[in-house]
Design a protein. Structure first.
Length: 183
């Protein structure tokens, strides 16, 4: 009989492998997609980590709001990291100002560990990630860190997407925490 942890690892590996097939197939169809071995390793590590965390969260007996929030938070974080590595949010991917977004990810990791995956702890973590995203946006705009590649309006728009995703996750976690039958 397969343990839950083993199932989670297998699901995460399967989904990661299937997703990585897309750029591999695209490389054979188009010269526009040009991934090297390091691209596949980094993408694989990111995707596996997100998939593992997602399937681990789904394996827990939690309310639907909690599961939805966990998926949303993981998606937003993965998207933030992926976009930063691929093209950058502030200017290009080579702009060191993009390292500011590492603070959002670190807050997520530390908050998740400190909150012990409780709905209330995760609500606070997701909201802290949203606030950090706002602060990074304000610093980037005030210091004109993305100019001339990223205008203030572009920075506001792209960062608003992440902020909304983090706030939505926080709201769903908070909703899960309010359930009377859930500790």
């Amino acid at each position: 009989m397969m343990t839950t942890r083993c199932k989670v690892v297998n699901y995460a590996l399967l989904i990661t492998g299937l997703i990585l097939l897309l750029p591999l197939l695209a490389m054979g169809l188009s010269q526009e997609v040009n991934w090297g071995p390091l691209d596949f390793v980094v993408a694989g590590a990111l995707l596996f980590s997100a998939n593992f965390a997602f399937f681990k969260a789904m394996a827990q007996p939690r309310p639907l709001a909690y599961h939805t929030a966990a998926g949303l938070l993981l998606f937003a974080t993965l998207l933030l990291v992926w976009v930063n590595l691929a093209v950058g949010v502030i200017g290009s991917e080579d702009n060191p100002a993009n390292l500011l977004y590492l603070g959002v990810v670190i807050i997520g990791i530390v908050g998740t560990a400190r909150g012990r995956l409780t709905p209330r702890g995760m609500a606070i973590t997701a909201m802290a990630m949203a606030v950090t995203q706002v602060l990074v946006t304000l610093v980037a705009i005030a210091m004109e860190l993305g100019m001339p590649v990223s205008t203030p309006v572009e920075l506001l728009l792209i960062n608003s997407l992440y902020i909304c995703l983090f706030v939505a996750a926080a709201g769903l976690f908070w909703h899960a925490a309010q359930r009377a039958d859930y500790p």
